[in-house]
Ligand binder design. Structure first.
Ligand SMILES: Nc1ncnc2c1ncn2[C@@H]1O[C@H](COP(=O)(O)OP(=O)(O)OP(=O)(O)O)[C@@H](O)[C@H]1O
Ligand SMILES: [Mg+2]
Length: 373
């Protein structure tokens, strides 16, 4: 059947090694996805409606926000997805209107609490006293109209930035939405050090009480199942020994999952992905990973951070605090300062007090390579 063979050769690669892309199959994360679906279903009062996702680079924060935003839309919510950059609040207004265009009354048809809700492209935001309403009033107008339809508004904020004042304003105003019993949800995502800086900064205690979800590593069985299903989605099976290699090479890391799959898929010739395809694919994936993730992680580290990590290279598995103090010639409090920074950056883990390992799979090898060069 030549036609069928041709079709299988030109099937699109189902792996998505691009930042922010929702994968064909979300490996793991089932618990949080169903918890969140329940929250959207129940609406006001469910504590998960305000959740912060925390994870190192490439762990799937953006993909999770997009996935949940689609899920919420499916369940009848309107979703406004933004990134924490200057102008974010205005963007939330615009995105909300865009997403709710089918629900909001066209301009001039309606007046609510003295604020006219404008449809797309028609902005007429003057209240009776002639003053331009502030952000909260504009959001209230949108929420009032959505509320009449029984629709909730989900705001997702990616790449939370503790230095952005608009973050604080958003959270403070969100708290008022809750007090006014409006149907709203706020999902945020960020790198560990940004989230912890945000939570320890001048935010309200409200945010400190928000649910936090750690997007840590995926379990091997979750990786195996999703890898197999993703390949099958594209019309190829994966041989069992190939799956074993894939699981080992991916090490629970979502971005690596997509990179290995993508490469192995392209290398595979027939209808099946073999162990050799995955082995070669994984080698290419590792090179790509270090270019894309490790370079940007490394660039964000200070001199002191780097010295700490280089001192860890002398050990193969675990490094103890005592060893670090000796190698760096520094005090306990110095080690504590850098330990905290590196934990927050998601670069190291503290398995038990005073015992450190590398958190990002492959980062140790990357540093070794850099040191040798
Ligand atoms: N649960 C998952 N299963 C499989 N692949 C996933 C999963 N989550 C994310 N991915 C894939 O991993 C890659 C990285 O995801 P994403 O861009 O969401 O990470 P991120 O945490 O936002 O990274 P960054 O901090 O750099 O913004 C993407 O290619 C995405 O498709
Ligand atoms: Mg992202």
């Amino acid at each position: 059947m030549p036609d069928k063979q041709l079709a299988s050769r030109i099937t699109k690669n189902p792996f998505t090694p691009e930042f922010g892309r929702v994968p064909a199959y979300m490996a793991g994360r089932q618990d949080v996805i169903s918890e969140m679906a329940r929250a959207f279903d129940e609406g006001s009062g469910n504590p998960n409606l305000c959740t912060i996702f925390v994870g190192a680079r490439g762990t799937g924060k953006t993909a999770m926000l997009s996935y949940l935003s689609d899920e919420a839309s499916r369940l009848g919510w309107v979703a406004a997805n933004v990134t924490a950059t200057p102008g974010m609040l205005e963007d939330i207004v615009q995105r909300s209107k865009e997403a709710a265009a089918h629900l909001l009354a066209p301009e001039g048809k309606r007046k609510l609490t003295g604020v006219e809700v404008a449809g797309i492209g028609a902005v007429s935001w003057e209240n009776e006293s002639g003053e331009a309403p502030n952000w909260r009033s504009r959001m209230n107008a949108i929420l009032n109209e959505l509320g009449e339809e029984g629709t909730g508004l989900l705001i997702t904020v990616d790449e939370v930035d503790p230095s952005l004042d608009e973050m604080i304003q958003l959270v403070t105003t969100y708290q008022h939405f809750i007090r006014e019993d409006r149907k709203v949800a706020l999902l945020m995502a960020g790198l560990p050090h940004n989230v912890s800086a945000l939570l320890s900064g001048k935010v309200t205690s409200f945010l400190r009480r928000a649910s936090q979800y750690d997007l840590g590593g995926l379990f091997d069985d979750e990786v195996e199942e999703a890898f197999r299903l993703t390949a099958e989605e594209g019309g190829r099976i994966v041989e069992q020994d190939a799956l074993d290699v894939a699981v080992r090479e991916i090490g629970g890391f979502p971005f690596m999952f997509q990179l290995v799959g993508y490469r192995a898929w392209n290398i595979a010739r027939g209808g099946a992905i073999t162990k050799d395809d995955v082995t070669t694919g994984a080698r290419l994936a590792r090179e790509e990973l270090s270019r894309r993730i490790f370079d940007s992680t490394y660039a964000e580290l200070s001199k002191g951070d780097r010295a700490f990590l280089v001192a860890m290279l002398d050990d193969d598995g675990y490094t103890t605090r005592d060893n670090l103090m000796q190698r760096l010639g520094k005090t306990t409090s110095y080690i504590s300062t850098y330990k905290k920074r590196l934990l927050e950056a998601g670069v190291i883990e503290e398995q038990e007090p005073g015992v450190f390992t590398f958190a990002l799979p492959g980062f140790r090898e990357y540093l070794l390579d850099k040191k040798e060069r």
